[in-house]
Design a protein around this ligand. Structure first.
Ligand code: ATP
Ligand code: MG
Length: 513
């Protein structure tokens, strides 16, 4: 069996079997009991075995995986003692190959997905929509699909929803109730999402999974670290993003059964955020993805303070378990201790419920899956120390690591290609322009009837209005809209290029005249 040495009770080594590592896992324990250190040890083990991983760095302390630990660190004494206690003879500080990511693009490479990749179900969850509103959002997606409109960013969604509101009667006749109120509620929720910073996330270039599932030149699995400290202020964005990533992995990876080692491993820290007031339908979906993704060779590990935070049907699928100490002060604590104890395969001589409340920092009750797939009897285990830094990287270290990794600069600049917002704006402009042209023509005809000669000015106005409904005119009209109303904020070139200059000239002339 090849596996990851997690620790020992002095006699029996606890080894996470790589062949069973896709059967998921749980790391639980009260605050300060050693969960993050255990996770770090696991992630390092995967990296060294050539398995790439993804971790959400909620407190910033996992970023240290990118640097070697140090003899001057606060933890040095405790770690060297622990290494000796568990019988590690080759323990030496080392850095892991890391890639930093950040939904807000500040502490790592920007991560983006398009609204259509995200889909109406996850988006509805992200925005906290009710069932009726979710139905309307689904119709908006359907309509965009049918009319060949791309939903890439939040502007596209906003424009699509406005179009739905304008066509509410027609849509209601075809699809059922699409009320202006529901659309309005979604639009307000969208504003909320923007206020949480989600507009950085929606758009292109979208994240390619091949950039996550990668090994370095030495064959070590890359550790992808998502900066999640700010994300914690937007728990829905955090939860939805991670779910999206999981479902992308599920959809894109081929079926492999139980491979010799996992293809990819995924760590959900603060896992309770995923489940807090999640509707049953969503929990069902998570349960399903977790169950099915196993045969794609992806292992999912949940990290949480209280094991009862993870719904039973999901907890039941987590084969590899590390339970750090729990407190037993309140009735809820005591219930958690009991339920944690019940999930372990009993072991002679271990009173699990009592042991859970007595464990030291960095000590845990461990039960890993054996070669035959059954969980090993629970063992009280000292967890081996990690070799990378425990604690955050500095801003300068992060900058260098981001600048020198294999991702390069391909995600650095957002691109904004023509999508629903632009097309819908163009349609609206064209409709308005052709109405104006009709009106001008009618006026001109009236004028002609009255016998007055058409001035040059009239002729120009009419043809200008017609031009505006043609393609070039449409572009100009669009640009005007953008310049005046500031439609797009993320445009790379500030001035709007040649078209911008033309437009500024035209507008300048108009306002001066
Ligand atoms: N295996 C270990 N060996 C030696 N010391 C350890 C070990 N695990 C944890 N510690 C010590 O305990 C401290 C806290 O551990 P850690 O940050 O992993 O706790 P945590 O459970 O993640 O806490 P929180 O819930 O607050 O995130 C570490 O900084 C380290 O000093
Ligand atoms: Mg922690």
């Amino acid at each position: 069996m090849h596996g990851i040495f997690l620790g020992s009770d002095g006699a029996t080594p606890q080894i996470l079997d790589l062949h069973r590592a896709n059967r998921h896992g749980l790391i639980a324990g009260a605050t300060g009991t050693g969960k993050t250190v255990t996770l770090q040890r696991m992630v390092e083990g995967f990296a060294r075995a050539g398995v790439p991983s993804f971790v959400a760095d909620v407190k910033g302390d996992l970023s240290g995986l990118g640097m070697a630990g140090s003899p001057t660190a606060r933890t040095h004494g405790a770690f060297t003692t622990r290494a000796a206690e568990v019988g590690l003879t080759d323990w030496a500080y080392a850095a892991m190959p890391v890639q930093y990511w950040d939904l807000f693009g500040r502490q790592g490479h920007p991560v983006r997905a398009t609204a259509s990749e995200m889909g109406p179900v996850l988006l509805a969850r992200m925005m906290g929509l009710n069932a009726v509103q979710e139905g309307v959002l689904t119709i908006a997606f359907h309509l965009a699909d049918r009319e060949g409109l791309l939903l890439l960013d939040l502007d596209d969604l906003q424009a699509m929803l406005a179009a739905c509101a304008a066509r509410a009667d027609e849509l209601t006749a075809t699809y059922g109730n699409v009320s202006k109120q529901s659309v309005g509620a979604i639009q307000r929720a969208l504003l909320q999402l923007r206020a949480q910073g989600a507009e950085h996330f929606f758009g292109e270039p979208a994240l390619a999974l091949s950039d996550l599932i990668r090994t370095d030149d030495a064959g070590q699995g890359v550790v992808n670290i998502l900066a999640a400290d700010q994300l914690m202020a937007s728990p829905k964005l955090y939860a939805t993003f991670l779910l999206w990533l999981l479902s992308e992995l599920f959809e894109q990876l081929p079926e492999v059964g139980d491979p010799d080692k996992p293809v990819f491993v995924f760590f959900f820290d603060e896992a309770h955020l995923l489940f807090d007031d999640a509707p049953p339908a969503l929990i069902e979906k998570i349960e399903q993805v977790v169950r099915l993704i196993r045969s794609k060779g992806v292992g999912v590990y949940f990290i949480t303070q209280n094991p009862v935070d993870v719904p039973e049907r999901i907890a039941g699928q987590l084969g590899n378990r590390v339970q750090h100490a729990l407190r037993a002060f309140t009735p809820r604590d005591q219930a958690a201790v009991r339920s944690a104890a019940e999930t372990f395969r009993a072991s002679p001589g271990v009173d699990v419920a009592t042991a859970i409340t007595e464990l030291k920092v960095g000590e845990a009750l461990v039960s890993l899956l054996q070669a035959d797939g059954a969980p090993a009897p629970v063992t009280r285990t000292l967890i081996a120390p990690p070799v990378s830094r425990v604690g955050p990287v500095t801003a300068e270290e992060r900058r260098v690591l981001v600048a020198t990794d294999a991702v390069g600069d391909r995600y650095d600049v957002a691109v904004d290609r023509e999508s629903a917002e632009e097309v819908l704006a163009a349609k609206a402009e064209a409709a308005a322009a052709s109405a104006a042209a009709d009106k001008a023509e009618a006026e001109a005809a009236k004028e002609a009837k009255r016998g007055g000669a058409r001035s040059n000015w009239d002729v120009m106005a009419t043809s200008a209005a017609r031009a505006a409904s043609s393609s070039l005119g449409r572009q100009v009209a669009n640009e005007i809209g953008r310049q005046v109303f500031g439609g797009k904020r993320r445009r790379a070139s500030g001035g709007g290029g040649v078209m911008g200059a033309v437009v500024r000239g035209v507008l300048g002339g108009l306002f001066r005249g």
